[in-house]
Design a protein around this ligand. Structure first.
Ligand code: AMP
Ligand code: TRP
Length: 344
């Protein structure tokens, strides 16, 4: 323990986030993550990766995984990420993530990981049959973030606890190795109506790729007819929309549909209710369907265009991996020195 108050991290700000290549992307991923990434690249140095090492914490078909990685990259580009502005790369192409994760495995405490609710959800009733990787997944996530000394992490609300863990690891590392302010304490960027998009069939369940009902989510690859049909069939309630956000409180489905409208059009829920308050879902749903088709149509179109040229995607990912390795290597070299490894 030093007597001084710990110094704050004083380096530059950096944004980092990633999405796993483990299934089709949906509207929740788009609004909770991709749209934010594209906006932030204009404001701060931005690193966005495809979390393929996280994906294999549950079984992935080896014949499909590389293509799933290209699909996420295509979605990034379609959502507006620009490789000239943001560094876009596959996680497994930067082996330094795994190296730092091992050191962090020795910094994080079992008691911290035991609290992670996502592990509990994903491992279900048969925890003992889960991979060890699934358990230690948030430690790798902390390494993803801290290896670039990232200060801001745009994610959906479900990742909040993993960000707290990353902060705890950064703090304990800085303390244990007597390096105040070495790692920043990264902040999640969660605000906005897109942070938690709920299922179209159940306003209390998160929109998720693992929901067995395809009607519960709008996929980025859905065509206009499918999007319109899903909005039309979305669960709602018999009452007209209220005038104030407060009155949405006990109406989860209405709240979610208003939230989706707000996020897609880039306004607040208040503004949506100022337009639609007093109207029923018979009027609101067609407006929402039109908006969803108009917003997502060009995205899925662009995704198809990028996927038609996998060599170009590979070129972008290889160039991104090269830049990412250059940024990651100094951190790992310094950490090895601090830990006391031979030759470091
Ligand atoms: P995942 O598909 O779970 O790998 O999530 C990728 C990103 O999308 C993460 O930042 C999540 O927090 C975000 N995300 C996933 N589902 C939702 C949702 N229903 N609403 C908002 N964001 C979400
Ligand atoms: N765990 C995140 C998810 O499921 C994906 C992820 C892995 C991530 N590493 C990250 C997100 C680092 C932000 C920062 O969505």
């Amino acid at each position: 323990m030093t007597d001084q108050a710990p110094a704050q991290y004083a380096g530059p700000q950096r944004v980092l986030s990633g999405v796993q290549p483990s299934g089709a992307l949906h509207l929740g991923n788009y609004l909770g993550a991709l749209v934010k990434f594209a906006r932030l690249q204009h404001e701060i140095d931005t690193f966005i990766f495809v979390a393929d090492m996280h994906a294999i914490t549950v079984w992935q078909d080896p014949a499909l995984l590389a293509n799933q990685t290209r699909e996420i990259a295509a979605a990034y580009l379609a959502a507006g990420l620009d490789p000239a502005k943001a560094t876009i790369f596959p996680q497994s192409a930067v082996p330094e993530h795994a190296e730092l994760a091992w050191v962090f495995n020795c910094v994080a405490r079992l008691g911290w990981l035991d609290k992670m609710t996502q592990f509990k959800e994903k491992s279900g009733k048969h925890k003992e049959r889960s991979s060890v990787g699934l358990y230690t997944y948030p430690v790798l996530q902390a390494a993803d973030i801290l290896i670039y000394k990232s200060t801001h992490v745009p994610v959906g609300e479900d990742q909040k606890q993993h960000l707290e863990l990353a902060r705890n690891i950064a703090q304990k590392f800085n303390h244990d190795f007597d390096a105040p302010g070495y790692f920043p304490l990264p902040e999640p960027l969660i605000q906005g109506p897109g942070a938690r998009i709920m299922s179209l069939r159940d306003g209390l369940a998160k929109m998720s790729k693992s929901d067995p009902s395809d009607l519960s989510r709008i996929n980025l690859t859905d065509d206009a007819d499918a999007i319109a049909a899903k909005v039309r069939k979305a669960k709602s309630d018999p009452n007209p929309l209220p005038e104030t956000v407060d009155e949405l409180k006990d109406r989860p489905e209405a709240d979610n549909l208003v939230g989706i409208y707000a996020a897609l059009s880039g306004v607040t829920k208040e503004a949506v209710l100022a337009d639609f308050g007093g109207q029923g879902f018979g009027a609101f749903k067609p407006a929402l369907a039109d908006l969803a088709v108009a917003s997502l149509g060009p995205v899925s179109e662009a995704m198809r265009r990028y996927l038609a040229d996998p060599a170009e995607i590979d070129r972008i990912l290889a160039a991104g991996a090269h830049k990412a390795r250059d940024a990651a290597a100094p951190t790992v070299a310094e950490v090895k020195k601090m830990v006391g490894f031979w030759g470091a």
